[in-house]
Design a binder for this molecule. Sequence first.
Ligand SMILES: [Fe+2]
Ligand SMILES: [Fe+2]
Length: 324
Amino acid sequence: MTIAPVQRTASNAWTDAKLILALEEVVETELNRHLKVAKEWMPHEYVPWSQGRDFDGVLGGEAWSIEQSKITPLGRISLVVNLLTEDNLPSYHREIATMFGREGAWGTWVHRWTAEEGRHGIAIRDYLLATRAVDPVELERARMVHMSEGFESDNAHSMLQSVAYVAFQELATRISHRNTGHFAGDPLCDQLLAKIANDENLHMVFYRNLLKAALELAPDQAMRAIADVVTNFRMPGHGMPGFERSAVQIAVGGVYNLRIHHDDVLQPVLRHLKVMEIDGLGPDGARAQEELGVFLDGLHAQAVRFDERQAALLARRAANAARK
Ligand SMILES: [Fe+2]
Ligand SMILES: [Fe+2]
């Protein structure tokens, strides 16, 4: 769909309210497309219930201990980060419902997206508890701390930044689930996370297509929003207990790091939208596009340095393991 850009003058500058109204039709189209391609799936079918048994406490079953967990240490760290991130859904719902509204096609999308995201937390928690993959007490306490903090979007002041953020963030979440599945060491976990990653991909496509329409409608403002989001990107789980420590393991282990962020998250969205090739921008848009280019070059250089450090660390680990 091509939307004719309107004259960019101070009097008809795009406000969030005008943008939301102007993009309603695109939201409706994308929502209908999403509903056609999203296939129903049942979280309970992905959980190996036969591996489950009572825990200690009220039912007097067996207490959790680490040897019961069949997944890798990296899988344990990453699954907890991914689950706690999914757990904060009430806060994400509040953020997008406040920004996009609960009416019309926007509202239908907000509620449908929330329902789909809800499935992710349910399925991962059921899997972790049935297989005794992680400490259930620690998990519950971390959930309480994380949800009690709530989540406040860095982008709540701007509708375009909110759309740009979720386009990248849904892809980041997809990649994070998918790679966690690859490294967890249990094919059943991999199967479940591949299913969830597929949902996250459809969410990314929805927001990416919306961002494309926004770039056509308000190119300068959308370019500024993309530049600001990319240069300040943080994962939604950044506030959870022990996030920094977990993030280091997740980076070194190859679930999510600078290289993956650059190659598998930022570049695919930017290339699809041809963000660096858009011309005819006004001075504000052109400046934003230039800033974005400089940032991406810098990030690429950082990713090269990360690759080198990661390779050296993994080689040291392998040498130590061989000596033991
Ligand atoms: Fe999710
Ligand atoms: Fe999602």
